[in-house]
Design a protein around this ligand. Structure first.
Ligand SMILES: Cc1ncc(COP(=O)(O)O)c(C=O)c1O
Length: 394
């Protein structure tokens, strides 16, 4: 018998894997996954970028590369976060990662010893829960309202856990709720991090996919002493398949993460990095992101209209100003997985809320994705969902 480490999840605990597998049946209209709209991938432009990358850097890109990443891509990331988020630094503050998922894992590995307190939003990104758990974190959830994490609750939690090491947050169009934290709360978060010597891991995969409201600057832009690590990714703006992300943090942290990254994969794929540099230098990424946002705006709107039309009126839902997800709360439901199973029979799927909670789950809550289904399927899918929900809400 293999003697697995305590990091390895127990058999039968991959609830989300089973849900996504069940939802993959082509007859099912699935709002379960978190995939971008593939019809907008700039395939032709990227193919040309790959060719140019080979023409210019063929041997370099086929050779081993630097753990911190291709300098031109790090330069791009540095300018990008300065222009979009008001985050200023030097090249030494940037590390290219294999998707932001790797940044999450490296930060978990670098900071978390078994038993350390890690604060997360309630609910939060489920893979972050898995990462921090794998390093033995004692996860403590911080309450949210419609404006994301409540900073009064954060302060109370920090008073109770003054030695908390890390706070993980997705401040823009959070996965799973779609909520966005307003400016004053972000300032407060940065203030509390300095006061309690807490590291904040700010994860921003969705911030640029804004289709309503005003941009809010990153928590990192209010950080004066290196307490905030900021993560970005190309996954939602260009393509998740290239596995390209970046982290901007204080040099000491970046250097430690670089050593850990070397042990994980030596460096991020060179072809993806060089080709992406070519893409951003020769194409208008902002215009591309606007196109994505316009499509998601339309799809989100259709989803909201479907909810209003087909769901029982007691059902609550978020109405995000960007990103890919919205969050539904159905009163009177104790077993969300039972609702999910019934929806599957009706050929429609979502992700039940339970795995997004580090602590006790909120019954009757679930996540809907609106980026990946065509418009006619959104209407039909909401109708099917509504038929099931009507049975649960009296
Ligand atoms: C909040 C959040 N963080 C990180 C990731 C991982 O993204 P990447 O593709 O950059 O690894 C995702 C993916 O959906 C996400 O929703």
């Amino acid at each position: 018998m293999v003697k697995f480490s305590s990091r390895v999840p127990a058999d039968g605990t991959d609830a989300v894997g089973s849900i996504l597998k069940a939802a993959a049946d082509p007859r099912i209209i699935s709002f379960a996954g978190g995939l971008p709209a593939p019809e907008l991938f700039p395939v032709t432009e990227m193919k040309a970028a790959v060719e140019r990358a080979f023409d210019k850097h063929g041997r370099e890109l086929m050779q081993y590369g630097a753990a911190k990443g291709v300098p031109a891509l790090r330069e791009w990331a540095l300018h990008h976060v300065a222009e979009k988020e008001g985050i200023h630094g030097e090249l030494e503050n940037v590390l290219i990662t294999t998707g932001s998922e790797q940044a999450l894992d490296l930060v978990g590995k670098a900071l978390v010893d078994p038993g350390d307190v890690v604060l997360v939003e309630q609910p939060t990104y489920l893979c972050a829960v898995d990462v921090f758990k794998s390093y033995g974190a004692h996860l403590v959830s911080v309450a949210m309202d419609n404006d994301g994490m409540r900073t009064d609750a954060l302060e109370e939690t920090l008073k109770a856990h003054p030695d908390a090491k890390l706070l993980y947050t997705v401040p823009n169009f959070q996965n799973p709720t779609g909520r966005t934290i307003p400016l004053a709360r972000r300032q407060k978060m940065a203030e509390l991090a300095a006061k309690y010597d807490l590291t904040i891991l700010e994860d921003n995969p969705y911030g640029e996919i804004r289709f309503a409201g005003q941009h809010v600057p990153a928590v990192k832009s209010f950080d004066h002493d290196g307490h905030v690590c900021y993560m970005g990714t190309f996954s939602k703006t260009l393509a998740p398949g290239f596995r390209l992300g970046w982290i901007v943090a204080n040099k000491r942290i970046v250097d430690k993460l670089t050593v850990l990254k070397q042990s994980a994969d030596l460096h991020t794929d060179n072809l993806a990095q060089y080709a992406t540099v070519e893409y951003v230098q020769n194409n208008d990424l902002d215009a591309h992101v606007e196109e994505i946002s316009a499509l998601y705006r339309k799809r989100k709107q259709l989803m909201i209209e479907g909810i209003k039309k087909y769901f029982p009126s007691a059902v609550k839902y978020t109405n995000p100003e960007g990103g890919m997800f919205l969050w539904v709360e159905v009163p009177g439901v104790d077993d969300t997985v039972a609702v999910f199973k019934e929806c599957l029979k009706n050929n429609v799927a979502f992700v039940p809320g339970d795995p997004f909670f580090a602590g006790k789950p909120q019954p009757g809550a679930f996540r809907l994705n609106y980026s990946n289904m065509a418009e006619d399927q959104i209407e039909e899918g909401l109708k099917r969902l509504g038929e099931v929900l009507q049975k649960y809400v009296k």
